[in-house]
Design a binder for this molecule. Structure first.
Ligand SMILES: Cc1cc2nc3c(=O)[nH]c(=O)nc-3n(C[C@H](O)[C@H](O)[C@H](O)COP(=O)(O)OP(=O)(O)OC[C@H]3O[C@@H](n4cnc5c(N)ncnc54)[C@H](O)[C@@H]3O)c2cc1C
Length: 466
């Protein structure tokens, strides 16, 4: 599906001229120095091509014009949000139109009665979160990149985040979509009602489709009442295995934390080195648990006791919301901090059943030792979603090779443990071969069939997923 069907001859000039017929001049970028800066998202080891043109539409009609042009000339289109993706899903292909949705960034409606927000795809996650908070509402999906990433990108990758252990991931909050199809037609999916089962769930199909089925131009998102500010507890452990044991005890005990995260010693040190936050570096694993109930004290006490039973060497509840926020900031900085360790990282995204979390982390330690590499582990532990982050020097070819091998071995281990190769970052270019291993030939065949229906010419984000 990565090959474009029968491309008619056209020049760069034809393409630009046709695009300019329906877009203002400032929305069409052709300077190669500028277009090259749109080639990549934030993933390492992912090939990217040179875009022919970058377009920055502001209206649905402009997006439709872009897609009609692309269909007429058989030009590939790569939709992009903020390009914080970690799988190469937003990487350009040679000669493509990069369709950046960042200028379509209006919040169109917030309805406390219907508990929904209607937004354009370029709205930044944190901007939406703050806007709904002002009305006593809450949009839960909170990737650590929330200050940068867009709602369109969150939908494209089916993003998760820190509070998903209690509130669920992006898919749970996307109620309806407006999508511009490959040929420029506009399709509405889903609903703005509390319930609705009319026909196939096309909305869910688009969530996580990585720009391969259509361009999201408007989204109806479900909201919740804003919970009280969460209070965080930090527990230190002498081994990552003991921290994982605590996670199992907490979940088996019926607790519903609003956040349950693990940072290993490498990650804690990296965060300290970057931010001088003074996190405890003697610990092998730091577990953060939070509750956002009106009175979190009893839950925090119960969870603290479970941590001690699992062997925690120290359990420290945050004094107040400000201290809690500081701990969350440390957690959100983890991936950026690990990147500073050797210059480059490959960030795995393996999600395993919670009961196998300890086996995964132990396996990652073995893989790091075998390849003589630093692999920091940070995890949405309550979801079993881990980010073993391989740190390496890209200038060292042997180290780069070992990094890639470790990255792959971690995915193999995840599958062996009954998990998935990606809990929230998506397949993109990075894990294409692995998708086939996870879902098998029949799964791939059916998914290709769906792609064929939506994108018969193969122009939408070619070369991604499979
Ligand atoms: C420091 C850091 C921390 C991160 N933490 C998390 C985390 O906690 N949880 C998590 O899930 N992810 C995390 N990520 C990954 C990334 O931020 C998310 O995948 C995010 O959802 C990407 O949003 P974006 O706007 O940058 O999208 P992009 O990277 O630009 O695009 C992502 C995908 O969506 C497609 N797409 C974008 N817009 C549209 C559209 N309008 N219509 C159709 N397709 C579209 C693209 O083609 C691409 O396939 C992190 C990344 C970084 C750098």
């Amino acid at each position: 599906m990565s090959r474009i069907e029968t491309a008619p001859d056209h020049t760069q000039g034809d393409l630009t001229e046709r695009l300019l017929a329906g877009l203002p001049a400032e929305a069409v970028l052709t300077d190669p120095d500028i277009t090259a800066s749109y080639a990549n998202d934030m993933a390492s080891f992912c090939p990217a091509g040179a875009p022919a043109v970058v377009v920055l539409p502001r209206t649905v009609e402009e997006v439709q014009h872009v897609m009609r042009t692309a269909t007429a000339l058989r030009v590939p289109v790569v939709p992009q949000g903020a390009r914080t993706g970690l799988s190469g899903g937003a990487n350009a292909s040679d000669g493509c139109i990069v369709l950046s949705l960042t200028k379509m960034d209006r919040i169109l409606e917030i309805s406390p009665v219907d508990r929904i927000a209607v937004v354009e795809p370029g709205v930044i996650n944190a901007t939406l979160s703050r806007a709904v908070n002002e009305q006593g509402l809450y949009y839960p999906p909170d990737p650590s990149s929330w200050e940068m990433c867009t709602i369109g990108g969150n939908i494209g990758t089916a993003s998760g985040g820190l509070c998903c252990v209690k509130y669920g991931v992006t898919a749970e909050y996307v109620l309806g979509l407006d999508v511009v199809l490959a040929d420029g037609r506009l399709m509405s999916t889903g609903r703005r009602t509390a319930k609705g089962v009319a026909g196939y769930d096309m909305t869910r199909l688009f969530v996580g489709s990585e720009g391969s089925l259509g361009i999201v131009v408007r989204a109806v998102l479900g909201l919740r009442p804003q919970p009280p500010q969460q209070l965080v507890l930090a527990a230190e452990f002498a081994s990552a295995a003991a921290a994982c044991d605590a996670v199992c005890r907490i979940m088996a005990g019926g607790h519903v934390p609003s956040l349950l995260e693990i940072m290993d010693r490498t990650t804690v040190k990296a965060v300290n080195d970057l931010s001088h936050m003074g996190l405890p570096e003697t610990t092998e694993a730091l577990l953060l648990a939070a509750f956002d109930t009106p009175d979190p004290a009893p839950d925090l006490a119960a969870v603290g006791a479970l941590c001690e039973a699992a062997g925690a060497t120290q359990v420290v509840p945050a004094d107040d919301a400000a201290e809690s926020e500081l701990l969350l900031q440390a957690r959100r900085l983890s991936l950026t901090a690990l990147e500073a360790v050797r210059g480059v990282t490959m960030i795995d995204d393996v999600c395993v059943p919670r009961s196998r979390l300890g086996d995964l982390i132990e396996g990652v330690e073995r893989i790091a030792e075998k390849h003589q590499l630093t692999i920091g582990v940070v995890a949405h532990a309550g979801d079993g979603n881990t980010h073993p982050t391989v740190c390496f020097d890209a200038a060292d070819l042997d180290e780069s090779r070992r990094a890639r091998e470790s990255f792959d071995e971690i995915m193999a281990l995840g599958l062996e443990l009954g998990g998935t190769i990606t809990g929230e970052h998506g397949v993109g270019v990075l894990k294409k071969e692995w998708l086939a291993r996870e879902i098998g030939p029949v799964g791939i065949e059916m998914q290709r069939g769906i792609k064929q229906v939506f994108d018969p010419l193969g122009i939408l984000n070619p070369g991604k997923l499979f």
